[in-house]
Design a protein around this ligand. Structure first.
Ligand code: HEC
Length: 207
């Protein structure tokens, strides 16, 4: 810029040791936009954060999750936990897909990503503390164990409990190396293999 054009500019009149300041205010539209964002933030805050129910993201997430659960289970009715049913769920890809989500959300913090054990015991080997037969898994999940060291999972939908129990049963035999150094309420004892589909069907016919 030439000296000439500098002299033509408006200055604020401030002068510090010969240093002057151009008078370049922000454009009106910019100032108003800035004020508008402040006003908007106040309105936004009151609307979403002043405690009115079901307006936060967390609330609407919880609501859609509940709806999702209702939809998923709508055609299923209430699943009945018995050996024959558990064996059939264990072989149902879709059901086991749902149960994987339940396991990842509620169990991995104690039993490890793949059931290999952390503060909770390894669920992939052949030895168990409380489980003697297939349906015992569901009982432990509903009731908890060892004074809630294994917390009751009653907050889950009964169908989620039924399916995640079958999912846990499927982990058996993977024999993942355990990361657990935890002490449990009793020894882990080897139990007999789960019944096969044919065996549970034969047992149901006999009754
Ligand atoms: C807060 C940690 C914690 C969470 C969360 C947890 N567990 Fe456990 N779980 C344990 C502990 C600890 C034990 C062993 C209790 C004992 O010492 O008897 C256990 C035991 C079990 C057993 C019995 C194993 C055996 O050897 O008899 C099963 C089955 C089981 N948990 C399944 C689950 C499932 C499924 C979930 C998720 C829905 C879950 N657990 C969530 C800590 C947990």
């Amino acid at each position: 810029m030439s000296d000439q054009s500098l002299q033509n500019q408006n200055t604020t009149g401030h002068d510090f040791d010969g240093i002057t300041e151009y008078d370049n205010p922000t454009p009106g539209w910019w100032t108003w936009l800035f004020i508008a964002t402040i006003v908007f933030s106040a309105v936004y805050f009151v609307y979403y954060h002043a405690g009115a129910p079901s307006r936060t993201l967390a609330d609407s997430f919880a609501a859609s999750k509940a709806q999702h659960t209702r939809l998923r289970f709508a055609d299923m009715g209430t699943l009945v936990v018995n050996e024959a049913n558990m064996v059939s769920w264990m072989n149902n890809k879709e059901y086991m897909g749902m149960a994987e989500g339940t396991f990842k959300q509620n169990c991995v913090s104690c039993h490890g990503q793949n059931g290999e054990g952390l503060v909770g015991p390894n669920l992939t080997d052949n030895t168990y503390i409380h489980v003697k037969k297939l349906t015992d898994i569901a009982s432990v999940v509903v009731n908890g164990a060892a004074n809630n060291a294994m917390p009751s999972q009653k907050q889950l939908h009964p169908n989620d409990i039924a399916l995640v129990s079958a999912y846990v049963a499927n982990m058996r035999g993977k024999n993942l190396p355990t990361g657990s150094k935890a002490k449990f309420s009793g020894p882990e004892v080897e139990i007999k293999a789960w019944p096969t589909a044919a065996e549970t069907q034969a047992a149901t016919k006999k009754k």
